[in-house]
Design a protein around this ligand. Structure first.
Ligand SMILES: [Zn+2]
Ligand SMILES: [Zn+2]
Length: 164
């Protein structure tokens, strides 16, 4: 049987930091650990966290880089766009505690790194507002602008009939 992955892969023991000082830290966490962290996209691979744990006075401080891959839909044409991300992460714990766990800080770093919008290419033409065709692939021939939506939303005026 393959060994079970650790339940808390981003947890590091602090014994060595207390005994020897700055200690390298490297861990890989499955994307499932951060399920739901992105509002629009999904993580498509494991998250790697690499750095050093420093003893600073009574505190153990991890200074690390977290990185991984993700997928978003193009804001304009909805095509999937794969990308890589990379964020600095800092986590602290009391130096006399058993361990330091970077999970929450990595989760926050990923959430903050989420882009406001994603484009499959800078000049993506988007979807046709009339027939939803991808205008990067086809020229459906429809006009640039959608028909004014206000026309249908505006309340109808009741016609008055005059009795003559
Ligand atoms: Zn696009
Ligand atoms: Zn069209």
């Amino acid at each position: 049987m393959p060994p079970e992955p650790p339940r808390r892969p981003l947890r590091a023991s602090l014994h060595e930091v207390r005994d020897n000082g700055p200690t390298p830290f490297k861990a890989v966490a499955p994307a499932e650990l951060f399920a739901g962290v992105l509002r629009e996209g999904t993580l498509t691979g494991p998250v790697t966290v690499e750095g050093t744990i420093y003893p600073v006075d009574e505190t153990a401080r991890l200074e690390a880089t977290a990185k991984g891959t993700w997928r978003f839909e193009c804001t304009r044409c909805l095509k999937p766009v794969d990308g890589a991300w990379r964020e600095e992460v800092e986590t602290e714990a009391p130096l006399d505690s058993d361990a330091l766990d970077a999970t929450e800080d990595v989760r926050q770093a990923i959430a903050l790194a989420e882009p406001m919008k994603t484009l499959c290419r800078p000049d993506c033409k988007g979807l046709c507002p009339v027939c939803r065709a991808n205008r990067n692939d086809t020229d459906c021939g429809h006009a640039e602008a959608a028909p004014p939506a206000e026309e249908t939303r505006r309340p109808r005026l009741t016609k008055r009939h005059r009795k003559g």
